[in-house]
Design a protein. Structure first.
Length: 405
C-alpha cells in the first residue's frame, strides 16, 4: 500500500483531548482542579500529547508525562535475562499509583507484529511480574479515588494492518469519537443516556444465564448472583459496549471469533474456544495458536472475566481497525459480541457490601475471576442472545445486532 501523509487538524486533536480529559475521566464528569493526570503516550502520538497537556493545564490540573518510545519491546525481550524479565520496580510504580488521580493511555503502534518470534513464555512472565501494579490500580479505582481511559492515535502501520489508508483510519476515529461535531462531549452524554436506559432494563430482568447462538457459536454463560450490567462511564473512548462479568464457573459450549486478535505484538486469527465446567477445554487458531495456548496457561486465563454486546444503533464504527479498543465496539451490520478471558470487572458487582472492602477469597467465591490477563476476543456474526430468567421465563435480549429491551 502506497504511503500517504496525513495528520489530523489541530482543531480535531483539541476536540479529542477535550473528550479524554473533560468527559472520560471521573466517570464522565471530567478532571477537577488540582487533580493529577498521568499521560502515557507513545512518541508516534506526540501531536495528541501536546493537545492533552494543554487541555489538562487549562482544567487547572497537573499533567505528569510518560513519553514512550515506539518499537523498544522486541529488543528488551531479545536481550533481557530471566532476572530482568521478572524485575518489577515496586517503589516506582507504587509511587505512581499513589500520586495519580487519573491516567490517560494512548495507543499508537508503529509495528503491529513487533513481538512475533519472541518466546511467548517470556511475554507472559513479564506480565505476571507486573501483577502487583494492576492490583494497586484496581484497589484505588474500586475505592473511587482513581479513573482511567484509553484512546487511539492512528498510525501508518495500524492503517495498513486494517487495509485502510491513514486518512481512512483517521476518518473512523473522527466518526467514532464524534470529532466531526463542534461539541463532541454533548454527543457522548447523549450516548450515555441510551446506555443507561438499556442497562437499567437489563438489570430489571434478573437474568440467571444467557444462551448465545450463531453460525459458529452455541454457548451458555451463567451470570451468577449480585451482578449488574455496566458501560458508558468514560473508560475507553470510544465505548459503545454494555458488559457484565459473569460467574466464571458457569460457562459451557463453543464459540468462534471472526475478527483477528492482535495481542502481545502477535496476530491471532480464526479463534475457536470450547468450555467445560467454566474453563477452556479446547482452543484452536489458524494463526498464532502458540501465543494463545501460552496465554491460557496463566492463572485465571482459561476462564471468562467479561461478556459484552454492542448495539449497531450506538456504534459509529463500520470498519475493522486491527485494534481491540475499536473492534470490541464495532457496529457494522450485526454489532458484535465479545468475551474476555481473564480478569473480571468488579464494578459489575451489585451486592450491598462496599466493593473496596471485599476480600480476594470472597470475590472467588462469588465467581469473579482474578488474573493478570484480560484479553477481549470479538465476533461480528449475526447472533441471537436469549436470557433465562430467575422466575423461569426466557426472553430474547439481543437480535439483528440490536438490544431488544
Amino acid at each position: 500500500m502506497k504511503k500517504t501523509f496525513y495528520r489530523p487538524l489541530e482543531e480535531i486533536l483539541a476536540r479529542y483531548a477535550n473528550i479524554l480529559v473533560n468527559f472520560a475521566l471521573n466517570s464522565g464528569q471530567g478532571v477537577r482542579r488540582g487533580e493529577v493526570v498521568f499521560l502515557q503516550v507513545p512518541e508516534a502520538a506526540k501531536p495528541l500529547l501536546i493537545a492533552l497537556n494543554r487541555t489538562v493545564l487549562k482544567a487547572s490540573a497537573h499533567p505528569i508525562i510518560q513519553y514512550v518510545p515506539n518499537e523498544m519491546m522486541k529488543g528488551f525481550f531479545q536481550l533481557a535475562n530471566d532476572e530482568q524479565i521478572k524485575f518489577f520496580p515496586a517503589s516506582f510504580y507504587r509511587g505512581r499509583i499513589r500520586q495519580a488521580d487519573h491516567m490517560i493511555t494512548i495507543l499508537a503502534e508503529t509495528d503491529k507484529h513487533e513481538l512475533e518470534g519472541v518466546d511467548p513464555r517470556k511475554i507472559m512472565e513479564r506480565n505476571k511480574a507486573f501483577k502487583p501494579y494492576y492490583d494497586w490500580q484496581d484497589k484505588k479505582e474500586l475505592a473511587k479515588k482513581f479513573t482511567w481511559t484509553l484512546g487511539l492515535y492512528g498510525t501508518e502501520a495500524m492503517a495498513k494492518e486494517a487495509k485502510l489508508t491513514l486518512e481512512e483510519c483517521w476518518q473512523q476515529i473522527i466518526k467514532a469519537c464524534y470529532l466531526d461535531f463542534a461539541n463532541p462531549v454533548k454527543k457522548w452524554r447523549q450516548v450515555q443516556v441510551e446506555i443507561e436506559r438499556v442497562k437499567a432494563n437489563l438489570n430489571k430482568l434478573a437474568i440467571n444465564k444467557l444462551h448465545l447462538e450463531s453460525k459458529g457459536t452455541d454457548l451458555v454463560i451463567g451470570i451468577g448472583q449480585n451482578r449488574k450490567w455496566a458501560g458508558g462511564d468514560g473508560a475507553n473512548i470510544p465505548s459503545f459496549e454494555i458488559f457484565i462479568s459473569p460467574d466464571f464457573r458457569l460457562t459451557e459450549g463453543k464459540i468462534s471469533f471472526d475478527f483477528p486478535l492482535y495481542r502481545y505484538g502477535n496476530l491471532i486469527k480464526d479463534i475457536r474456544l470450547e468450555f467445560k465446567k467454566g474453563k477452556v477445554s479446547r482452543v484452536e487458531a489458524k494463526k498464532g495458536e502458540n501465543i494463545l495456548r501460552e496465554m491460557i496457561k496463566v492463572k485465571g486465563a482459561k476462564q471468562i472475566g467479561e461478556f459484552s454486546l454492542t448495539d449497531v444503533r450506538l456504534s459509529r464504527i463500520t470498519k475493522f481497525m486491527a485494534e481491540t479498543l475499536y473492534d470490541e465496539n464495532f457496529g457494522g451490520r450485526h454489532g458484535n459480541v465479545h468475551i474476555a478471558l481473564g480478569s473480571s470487572y468488579k464494578e459489575t458487582y451489585s451486592g450491598h457490601e462496599e466493593i473496596s472492602r471485599i476480600r480476594k477469597k470472597k470475590w472467588q467465591e462469588m465467581g469473579f475471576n482474578n488474573s493478570v490477563i484480560h484479553t477481549d476476543i470479538i465476533s461480528t456474526e449475526d447472533r441471537i442472545v436469549t436470557a433465562y430468567l430467575e422466575n423461569g421465563d426466557k426472553k430474547v435480549i439481543y437480535k439483528n445486532g440490536r438490544f431488544t429491551v
